[in-house]
Ligand binder design. Structure first.
Ligand code: NAP
Length: 323
């Protein structure tokens, strides 16, 4: 299999794999089914065996189930993994209820996370979102205190805007920004991406397949029980138009001898050495395909075709990730 390169996460930051493993979909989030636990653990271990050390989880993914899985997978091999954890989201019955970013809550969250993961330190710790319920200084200051205590190594942020990123970075250096980014979701290119680059913040880019749109496997209309039906992007005329755009990706993939998903990951990967594609995989069979995507190189013509066809804003309708 392709050797996975290492990159510095942020300016002078820790070395991590250029491809990250998103663990979220192994657990039940937003009411989705829990995947086979043995297969999920085997997937994490196979990723580690193949040099993917960046593992992404959140304490609210499956109400702690996801951290328990990661903990089982890394048992006895802690040093092979770089663990990224999000905190602050309150879920009940599969429903998002809001955020709890109070310092007292964060200090409580981390202790539970450390026990579930079976580790003494979390490598990257980040509020999953920010709001105005708690002063920013208190939220970030609490993570800075955890870094001093040795419970956390680096500060990350997730799904914030350029202005918030600057504010957080002034309080404590930010190592990484976790953000949705794909051919179908290029909103960050205007302000957020240049700001992150200027500040030396690494980009952990998720939703590379845009909720499956770019896999080339979707057909209109979606199955009635598909969770994507909630998002305007996957409804009626929007979906038909968006799938026409995906035909360009499918054609290019066929011509190059790869799958559309591989090209979607490769496009994110090609956006810079400071950008990590973070890809969900809950079965081992995904790994060879997605690892191979990291070797794909686009010609200038191919880049131009993709950038033009998927120009910012060209995909009709939003998702919950729309900023
Ligand atoms: N910060 C945030 O707000 C936030 C939000 C969402 C996600 N995340 C993180 O980012 C990670 C990735 O995000 P995501 O799950 O939204 O997007 P994604 O990586 O695009 O994954 C979406 C789906 O694509 C499937 N897939 C993977 N490889 C494939 C392939 N080669 N062919 C066809 N399908 C393939 C996966 O299926 P299987 O599960 O069946 O393998 C997964 O369910 C998550 O695991 C999570 O850790 C963060």
């Amino acid at each position: 299999m392709t050797t996975i390169a290492r990159i510095a996460l942020g300016k002078n930051g820790p070395l991590v794999s250029k491809l990250g493993l998103g663990c979220m979909r192994m657990s039940s989030v937003w009411g989705s089914p829990v995947q086979d636990e043995g297969e999920s653990i085997a997937t994490i271990q196979m990723a580690l065996d193949n040099g993917i050390n960046f593992l992404n989880t959140g304490d609210f993914y499956g109400s702690g189930h996801n951290e328990l899985l990661v903990g089982k997978a890394i048992k006895g091999r802690r040093d092979d993994a770089f663990i990224s954890v999000k905190f602050g989201a309150i879920f009940h019955g599969g429903q998002w209820l809001g955020l709890d970013l109070r310092p007292i809550a964060i200090k409580n969250f981390i202790n539970y996370s450390l026990v579930r993961l079976g580790v003494e330190t979390i490598d990257l710790y980040q509020p999953c979102r920010l709001d105005n319920s708690v002063p920013l200084e208190d939220v970030i200051g609490t993570v800075a205190d955890l870094i001093k205590e040795g419970k956390v190594r680096y500060l990350g942020v997730s799904e914030i805007n350029a202005e918030q990123l600057r504010k957080v970075h002034r309080i404590h250096p930010v190592t990484a920004l976790e953000i949705g980014y794909s051919l179908a979701e290029r909103g960050i290119e205007k302000d957020l991406l240049p700001t992150a680059k200027e500040l030396g913040v690494g980009i952990v880019a998720f939703a590379n397949t845009a909720e499956g749109l770019l896999t080339g496997e979707m057909k209109a209309p979606l199955a009635v029980n598909a969770y994507q039906n909630h998002f305007p992007r996957f409804q009626g005329e929007n979906l038909i138009k968006n799938l026409e755009k995906v035909e360009v990706l499918k054609k290019m993939a066929k011509g190059k001898g790869y799958t559309p998903t591989q090209l979607a990951i490769a496009w994110v990967n090609a956006q810079g050495n400071d950008i990590m594609p973070l890809v969900s995989m809950s079965r081992r069979s995904r790994l060879p395909e997605n690892i191979q995507a990291m070797e794909i190189v686009f010609t200038p013509e191919e880049r131009n075709t993709l950038n033009t066809n998927f120009s910012p804003g060209s995909i009709a309708g939003g998702t919950y990730l729309q900023r």
